[in-house]
Write a protein that binds this ligand. Structure first.
Ligand code: ZN
Length: 412
């Protein structure tokens, strides 16, 4: 999806502002001879920004305004090394709340709702984002923070909470507790807004079954405001994102080149109006795709698909980008498969093409031949490539106590 005129203008303004500020990115652009962007081509020549840059600029090197204008910082921790610090101006904080309120509205939440907020408060962008959006919407915030299940349930019942915001795992824990204590009749929950982790369809179904609520996936990351830059609507799992605040590109994580709309790749985000720490072409490593066309809900905001994994897990065969969760989705559609599978990729020198072999365990209830045919068909229609498929009896594939390595690549 190309930048529209307005977005291009805003991106140009950001580049010029960064250069003027002398911030980390401003200096980088200057050293590369960049002075602004006036076309899509110009824009795509801008270097990507990465989490590593933010660490290099620790603590406040990416700040692109005077310190007097900064009203708050947030931080995200990496698995290693320095945390990342993101400074916000008053306008940034307000813009984030506006976007978050829009998320709630998209989920059909109104100022009559009572929103119990269980994500953590503090340096994280979680709790405070859910809260600011709730207040902007005019709904009633019940700011619990995480933990203390006893009190969570008491407030949920006494205050007649209608919306639960949580990580999916905490929602599941609460759902199980409500079931165990037989409190289902006393709770008034109608919707759940969950974010910040990839959750499986099984988990989703269990929460729906236990609580009988509608579920919404909220998207966002600390480097780009926080959660609240997009959410799915009642018409499906596609996530509407707010393209007046952010511009999303989907790129091939290997080549860094944009992929056509509809194809899978890595989400790259540009903040169009952020003041404290604008990021242009920030590589999220989250995998998704643009969903082309307009949504049935009538919203003009564009959509990305639900996040399907991380680019580190992605693999490419015959020009088609794939990732393990897609394979898992296909196997779930085929009865008789176990959860175990492995993918071997090699190059056939004679035919000069890549070959992908998918080995899947079958539990013996269905004929292996029919199963492999079905899997091949699903690959062809859903992914657009044809692997070789072998079904083996359950227990054949090696088990690992650590994270199982699913993809073995003999190319290179
Ligand atoms: Zn929609």
């Amino acid at each position: 999806m190309k930048l529209n005129e307005r977005q291009l203008e805003l991106a140009d303004r950001q580049v010029k502002r960064l250069i003027k500020s002398g911030s980390y990115y401003g200096e980088l652009y200057k050293s590369l001879g960049i002075t602004g962007v006036s076309s899509q081509e110009d824009f795509e020549k801008l270097p990507f920004s990465q989490k590593d840059d933010l660490r290099n600029a620790y603590p406040l090197g990416i700040m692109a305004c005077s310190e007097e204008e900064i009203v708050r910082i947030h931080s995200s921790s990496g698995t290693t090394g320095l945390p990342v610090i993101i400074p916000y101006t008053a306008k940034d904080v307000d813009d984030w709340a506006i976007m978050f309120a829009r998320c709630y509205e998209t989920a059909g939440i109104t100022n009559k709702d009572r929103i119990q907020i269980t994500p953590g408060y503090g340096l994280w962008t979680a709790g405070i984002g859910f809260q600011a959006g709730c207040e902007k919407l005019g709904a009633m915030a019940v700011p619990m923070g995480p933990g203390n299940t006893e009190k969570q349930l008491k407030m949920m019942i006494d205050l007649k909470t209608t919306v639960l915001t949580a990580t999916a795992s905490y929602a599941l824990l609460l759902a199980e507790e409500i079931h165990r204590r037989g409190l289902r009749d006393q709770i008034c929950l109608k919707k759940g807004v969950f974010g910040s982790e990839r959750w499986s369809e099984t988990m989703r179904q269990r929460i729906v079954d236990e609580l009988g609520i509608e579920l919404y996936d909220i998207y966002g990351l600390t480097e780009i405001y926080g959660p609240g830059i997009g959410i799915n609507c009642q018409h499906g799992t596609g996530i509407h994102y707010w393209d007046d605040y952010i511009y999303i590109e989907i790129i091939d994580p290997e080549t860094g080149k944009p992929v056509p709309d509809g194809e899978n790749g890595e989400i790259v985000i540009t903040t169009l109006v952020k003041e404290g720490a604008p990021l242009l072409r920030f590589r999220t490593h989250d995998l998704s795709r643009i969903i082309p066309g307009e949504c049935d809900c009538g919203s003009k905001f564009p959509r990305i698909d639900i996040i399907r994994g991380r680019s580190d897990d992605m693999f490419k065969v015959r020009g088609v980008n794939m990732f393990p969760s897609q394979v898992e989705d296909i196997l779930k559609m085929v009865e008789g498969t176990s959860s175990e599978y492995s993918i071997t990729i090699a190059h056939d020198d004679e035919k000069n093409k890549d070959v992908m072999l998918l080995t899947v365990e079958g539990d013996g209830r269905y004929e292996f031949d029919a199963m492999s045919k079905k899997i091949v068909e699903l690959f062809r229609s859903l992914i657009g490539m044809t692997p070789k498929v072998i079904i083996v009896p359950v227990g054949t594939l090696p088990r690992s106590e650590k994270k199982t390595k699913r993809v073995i690549d003999y190319r290179t």
